[in-house]
Each structure stands twice: as C-alpha cells, then as structure tokens.
Design a protein around this ligand. Structure first.
Ligand code: DGJ
Length: 599
C-alpha cells in the first residue's frame, strides 16, 4: 500500500530513546505541535502525537458507554489505573444530530474532558451509517425516511434468518432490513455532513491538546445476510461495467495485489473491462468485490469531508472473513464488502484517504490473522480483540513485537479495567514502549507465540539464531539428551499457567490460560532483551564456517525499566538457566542477556 503518511521532516532526526518516550500525555497548556499523524520509521509506520512516536496501549469500551457521562464518570480513573493510554469509544450519529442540521456535541465534549483529565488519548469510532453490517446508529430522521435514505435489499424468500430471528419486511419480493444501501447518495451526503461537523468541532475544542488522536470511520462495515445489495440501484450498478477508476487501480498495482484478489481476477484472465461477473467471475467473490467498491466509495467521501476539516489519522475496521466466506443469501453469519484483508486493494482504490485498515481479531488463529492484516504494507492496528485461545497479554506482546503494531485494543474494557489492576499487561509494555518504538521497522525486534504442540522455532536475529520452545519442567533433560542432538529436540508443551520458578508442571494449555509468548529485541552485537513468559531459548552463532563455534550465555539479568532506564535485579545462572544451557523465561517479565562465542 502506498501509505499516505504525513512526513514531518523537522521531527525525523529527533528520534531518540529518552525517558517516557512514546508515552506523551495531553498537556494542560496548548502546545504548538503538529496534529496527530502517521510517520514512517524504517519499514514500520508510527503514530506521532505531539511530535513523539506513540504506542497506543488501548482498550475499546462497549458500544454505548460514552453516550452517558454519568456512566463514564467512575470508569476514567479505573482505565488510567489499568495503565491504558488510549481509549477507543463510539460516537453515535443519532446522539450528535438528533434533528437534521442541529448538532449537540455536549456529551462528546464531556467525554473528551473526562479522558483528558486522566491523561488518556481517544480514538473515536464514528458510528454513522453502518455498524456491524447493519444501520442502528443513524438518527430517526434518517431511519424513518426510506425514500430519501434507501435501504439495502436482500435476496428474499421466506426462510427465517437464524442470526436475527427472521426477515423484517418484504419489499417486492426482496427483504429490507435496518441496513442502509451504499447506493444512497443522500445518505452518504448526510453522513459526510454530520461527520465533517464533528471533525470541525473536534478541531475547535481539541486542536491544541490532541486528546483525540484518530478516528475509526464507521464500524465493521459490510452487508449482513446476503452477498450483495439487491436494491434496484445496486442491481443496475452490478449489471453495468466495473468502473474505470477501479480497473485502472488494479492494473497499475497488478504485481502487488493481495493474493486473494489477484487469484479471483486471474481466473478471468485479468480482464480489463466488462461487467462485474465478466471481470471477477460468477459467485460470491464478485459480489463481495462489488460491495467493497460501493462501501469504500461511500466511506471515502465521508472521510474526505472529515479530513477537509481536521485531517488526523482515519482508519476503518472489518471483521476477519475473507472472500467466499460472506453469507449465502439469508444464511447470515458474515459480512460482505467490508475492509477485510482480501479486499484491501479495492478499498485503497475506493477510499484513498483512509490511512489504514484496523483488525478485529476474535479467532483462535490470532497469529494468522495478524499476518493477513499486514498484507500489502497495512500497518497493524488491532482495533478489537478478545476470546480465542491466546490470552490478551500474549496477544499484545506478539502484535507489538512481531508486526510493529501501532495500537492494540481489547474489546469491552468497561468491566475489565481495575480488576485486576493490570488486566492487559500494559504495566510491562509501557516500561518497554520506548525500546519498542526505537526498534520498530529496523529488523532488530521480533516475537513468537509458540503453540502448545509446536516444535522449537529458530529465529535469526543479529549475530545469533535463537531457538525458541515452550517452557519445560525444571530439571527436564535438554533437547540433546533426547537423542536428537542439540537444537533438533522436540519442544515440550507450553505451560498452561505461569508458575513460580521450580514449581512448574507440564500441563496441556487451556483456552485463555496464559499462553507462551516471547518478544526479542537486539540492542547490541551480543546483547538482547527477552520479554514474555513460558519459553526456553537455545542459541547458535551465525556465520560459523568451521562448525566448531558454540554460543554461550554471558550475563542474564532479571529487571525492569524505570523511566526508560534498565534497572537490573538478580543475576541469573545455575538452576535458573539450567546450568547455563538455555534462557528460561517462566513468568511474565523481562530478561536482559548477553551471548558470547566459544569453541
Ligand atoms: C464487533 C463489533 O465491531 C463491536 O462493536 C461489538 O459489537 C463486538 N463485535 C461485540 O462482540
């Protein structure tokens, strides 16, 4: 993706590891700093707030929490105490424009003030025309006027739709849901007008303090219950030619297209003109590409209107499905046309001012979906996550360490914050945030999530290869004693629980039990930090032509970062490194270690 980053050259040279770097807080007095923007840092893309790179240790509130200041009152302090620095929260179109053209930003202002008082940043989720493939957030004056603001129609029969308990209305044989059609130009213009008014207001009340650092435009856009809109206007468009703008974009980016899209297009011989089915074949992918185009064009106009007022970073999010997974007519279950990874190219063509596509990942295959969302250079912004077999703390470390994520945000934090006090592991991550930001995009940082049944994985980092496996019971023979030779042994199952040193038992991992995870940061030719839990690590020297060189553990220190400086605790050897044979990171924490060569 050609990243639309605002490069601020005066800031480029000032990247340094300093105390508190990346965790800047809204200032009380108005600072004369550039507005929140994105900036390249090596191969990574970073959020820059008040002139400094920022790692968003975020959480998303339940959908309607921030529609009530009373509801929010007790939450702000708990959120800050749980070490979050950013909150994602919805803004309801119905609440800010209850009467057409009459805006009420009083609740939004209170939310901004509540966050600012606790030194928190906000990413606002614009719940405009669509949320979760339906339209429950437009004001009643929009919902009631379906002549002016047309509904999408679904391919209808009388089959009950299991997800929502049955069809709502029957219109000319098609079902009409509380779902706006992306073909509705008046709806688009009304949404864009409201969004622009909100952005103008945010600029007026927050253009200096920068409590609001980004906007997610709409939420999990797409169409539920069918593969495409069957309203008359949508059918006309679908039966017509694929617009030239999309064809031109696909041809210009043919060599770098997301493979799923390229495969669909290849099946028709990369046809460069024709109807949607001529260019993309008959079936669900063609329907989904068509819907992605219509949704992206619509939302692109909304984004344009908002950025014309206040151009801070704007994202859109999407659930995780890929082509061919959208619902068959009336079967429910998925969404068609959203900014899912398979459709990134279509969205880039239709909505070029969207800065990135946020990832909502609830799957057990967390690592797999992270990899899908960074395709084509999309910066990783985990807009929502929860559930699945990997716990939140492991997910966060993995996203930041492996994929240079700029933001990580578990969903539904209202009941999680303050109980326990560090529910997402942000206490640890905020310690290392400066180090993470310094090393993003330069090839000296990575992370791994060894699954309970995975064998050891080799990672080349700097002058050494790290062989990472799940934790093994204290005193278990090293891999070489199992007859396979050092480095080729089988990994032990990951520990289900982070146990105290010397007490670990091999147990099968339970869903949501703390998962094994490790982030590695190379800080010198022979110096590394390992951050994580439930792992053991062997080492090999790279460039070893004689084959006689071995790598040994030099110094291993427990410790923590205080104000950006490493403060060492115990110096580990003996039982804590299996007599110097491997690094053993059992409980969630940080080890600094050095390696050396010998023969
Ligand atoms: C995904 C949506 O984007 C959120 O707004 C919320 O509805 C969650 N699902 C609920 O699990």
């Amino acid at each position: 993706m050609k990243l639309r980053t605002l490069v601020c050259s005066t800031l480029m040279g000032s990247l340094a590891l300093v105390a508190g770097w990346g965790q800047s807080r809204p200032a009380a007095a108005a600072p004369a700093t550039p507005i929140p923007h994105l900036q390249k840092h090596g191969t990574a893309t970073q959020l820059v707030i008040d002139g400094k790179p920022f790692l968003a240790l975020a959480g998303e509130l339940h959908n309607n929490s921030a529609t009530s200041l009373e509801y929010m009152k007790p939450l702000w302090a708990k959120i800050a105490a749980s070490r979050l620095n950013t909150v994602l929260t919805g803004v309801s179109w119905a609440q800010i424009e209850p009467v057409e053209g009459k805006f009420d930003f009083s609740v939004l202002d209170g939310v901004i003030q509540g966050a600012r008082a606790e030194h928190l940043r906000l990413v606002l989720l614009w719940f405009g025309t669509w949320k979760n493939g339906l339209s429950s957030y437009p004001p009643n004056w929009v919902k009631k006027d379906s002549d002016r603001f047309p509904r999408a129609q679904l391919f209808g029969d009388a089959t009950p739709w299991p997800v929502f308990g049955g069809p709502r209305f029957q219109v000319n044989g098609n079902l009409s849901m509380e779902l706006m059609s992306p073909m509705g130009e008046a709806t688009r213009d009304a949404d864009a007008k409201a969004f622009a008014a909100m952005m103008k207001h945010i600029k007026a009340v927050d253009g200096q303090a920068h409590t609001v650092i980004g906007i997610q435009v709409e939420n999990e856009t797409g169409i539920q219950g069918d593969t495409r809109d069957r309203s008359p206007a949508a059918i006309r468009a679908f039966d017509g030619p694929v617009p030239k703008e999309l064809m031109d974009y696909l041809q210009a980016h043919k060599s770098t297209l997301i493979p799923a899209l390229s495969t669909v297009w290849e099946a028709t011989g990369f046809k460069t003109s024709g109807t949607w089915t001529e260019v993309f074949g008959k079936g669900r992918p063609a329907d989904e590409i068509f819907m992605a185009w219509e949704f992206s064009r619509y939302i692109g106009k909304v984004v344009d209107a908002g950025k014309a007022e206040y151009p801070i970073p704007m994202i859109t999010n999407c659930p995780q499905e890929g082509f061919g997974r959208a619902p068959a007519p009336l079967k429910g279950g998925g969404q068609s046309g959203g900014a899912m990874a398979d459709a990134f190219d279509v969205w880039r063509a239709g909505a070029p001012k969207i800065d990135l596509f946020g990832a909502d990942i609830y799957s057990n295959d967390y690592a797999g979906f992270c990899a899908r969302y960074v395709q084509g250079g999309n910066p990783l912004f985990i807009a929502e996550t929860g559930g699945g077999s990997v716990d939140i703390k492991a997910k966060a470390l993995y996203a930041f360490g492996r994929h240079d994520a700029m933001a990580f945000s578990p969903f539904g934090i209202d009941t999680q914050v303050g109980n326990p006090s560090d529910p997402f592991g942000y206490d640890l991550i905020s310690q290392i945030a400066p180090l993470i930001l310094k090393h993003q995009g330069d090839g000296t940082m990575t992370a791994i999530l060894p699954g309970p049944t995975d064998g050891p994985t080799k990672i080349q980092l700097g002058n050494y290869t790290l062989e990472v496996a799940g934790a093994r019971p204290r005193g278990a023979p090293p891999a070489q004693a199992q007859g396979a030779g050092r480095g080729q042994g089988q990994a032990q199952p990951a520990q289900g629980q982070g146990q105290g040193r010397g007490q670990a038992q091999a147990q099968p991992a339970q869903p949501q039990a703390p998962a094994s995870v490790a982030m590695f940061i190379q800080t010198g030719p022979d110096e590394y930090y390992a951050i994580g839990r439930g792992i053991t690590v062997y080492f090999y020297p790279n460039q070893n032509p004689s084959g006689k060189e071995e790598a040994g553990l030099g110094a291993v220190e427990e410790g923590s970062f205080v104000n950006g400086k490493w403060v060492a605790g115990r110096l580990l050897a003996g039982d804590d490194t299996e007599q110097g044979q491997y690094l053993d990171l059992r409980n969630l924490g940080i080890l600094r270690f050095t390696l050396y060569r010998y023969h």
